[in-house]
Design a protein around this ligand. Structure first.
Ligand SMILES: [Zn+2]
Ligand SMILES: [Zn+2]
Length: 328
């Protein structure tokens, strides 16, 4: 490895022994970065890419660019189980025979996602109770069809809980459990190099989607995990989408502010008025959203409402099977 990495293979060495491989995605996020990290023997692969031929080909080319064979990958760690991160996992596990590491909470979440019909019905129920019209729910289901099919059951070799350490060429990397974007999202922190593999926890130009999960308070979990990251010394953030960046404390400050603002806007909208989550989405996003993004917007608003409800700032009232919210 080193200076002889081919430039047109979509990969670049971001630290000695750490190669970022950019894989194309079919939707608006554009691409995902997976990382090959040199171990004493072989490599650790952080995330897999989506289950598409273009993604697979780009990853094969990236590996060839580094001069690595599939079997050189000894461990695969998923930052979380979203389809752009885990989609290729089953295929890669066969090719590499690597060990698979996933946080226990995301392994559970994947079990739910993999029961496609049940999960789809659950989603439709949440949307219905949020006041989303039946026509829009059908469009959302049509747009999510491929995604639902991409979730495959995986059998992790190691269920992470946070605190695990991996010895790599850039020193020890510590698994940090950073729930919020998904229940078992993890980052990898290298103290020696002051580097953070941030997954979808921190992306330079986008504030990551925080979607509602039953019996959880994902927004408060996310904000708490950001506060933990703010305490660390980090010079380089290696995200799953977009370019590496730095300035984590400023980024965290802005992101916390963004969610505070979103909460204030929701509270202002519910002042003296009862609205369902779909009505809040229509008021919060000025542009009309395509069905796929609309679904994420509803779940994001639900995460904010859950957060506000647990602080006794909003209350719910049910009417004809639809949950309406009011300031309390
Ligand atoms: Zn994600
Ligand atoms: Zn992602």
């Amino acid at each position: 490895m080193g200076s002889n990495i081919s430039i047109d293979s979509g990969c670049r060495e971001v630290l000695p022994g750490v190669v970022m491989i950019e894989l194309p995605l079919p939707y608006t996020l554009g691409s995902i970065n997976v990382y090959l990290v040199r171990l004493a023997d072989g490599y650790l692969l952080v995330d897999c890419g989506m289950d598409t031929e273009t993604c697979f080909r780009a990853l094969s080319q990236g590996l060839a660019g580094v001069g690595a064979a599939w079997r050189d990958i000894r461990e695969i760690l998923l930052t979380h189980v979203h389809p752009d991160h885990m989609g290729l996992a089953a295929r890669l596990l066969k090719l590499t025979r690597a060990g698979l590491w996933v946080h226990a909470k995301d392994a559970e979440y994947l079990e739910e996602l993999a029961q496609a019909d049940q999960y789809r019905a659950w989603c439709a129920g949440v949307l219905r109770r949020s006041g989303v019209p039946a026509g829009m729910i059908s469009q959302i289901e049509a747009a999510s069809e491929n995604i639902h099919r991409s979730f495959q059951r995986l059998r992790p070799d190691r269920l992470l809980t946070g605190g695990e350490k991996i010895i790599t060429s850039i020193g020890e990397l510590e698994v940090l459990w950073t729930p919020g974007h998904s229940p078992g999202h993890v980052c990898l922190y290298g103290e020696e190099r002051r580097v953070l593999f941030s997954g979808d926890q921190m992306l330079e130009l986008i504030s990551p989607n925080i979607g509602w999960h039953p019996e959880r308070d994902p927004l408060s979990e996310y904000l708490a995990s950001l506060q933990e990251l703010a305490r660390l010394e980090i010079d380089l953030i290696l995200p799953s989408h977009g370019a590496p960046f730095s300035g984590h404390r400023e980024w965290i400050r802005r992101t916390i502010e963004h969610h505070d603002e979103r909460c204030s806007r929701i509270l202002a909208m519910l002042d003296g008025k009862r609205l369902d989550a779909a009505e809040l989405v229509n008021r919060l996003w000025e542009r009309s959203l395509v069905p796929f993004h609309y679904r994420f917007a509803v779940f994001e608003v639900l995460a904010h409402l859950e957060y506000l409800e647990r602080q006794h700032k909003v209350a719910r009232a049910e009417r004809a099977g639809v949950v309406q919210w009011l300031a309390s």
